[in-house]
Design a protein around this ligand. Sequence first.
Ligand SMILES: [Zn+2]
Length: 69
Amino acid sequence: MIALNPCPKCGGKAKLIRGLPNMGNSKTRYALVQCRVCFYKTPTLRPEQDESSESLKNRAISLWNSETR
Ligand SMILES: [Zn+2]
């Protein structure tokens, strides 16, 4: 797994948040990255067509890691 860079706002640790189709009552998959300290986060990403969950996860991580620090 690609490492998450520290938070661009506070330097805190970040975590990946994902929604999977078999969780809860929603069939919607999503992924975002959020700071554990200040809760700054990326926009919520949703899969494009039949994009894999792995690809979606990697896009969220890339987005987070490309934030200006
Ligand atoms: Zn933060």
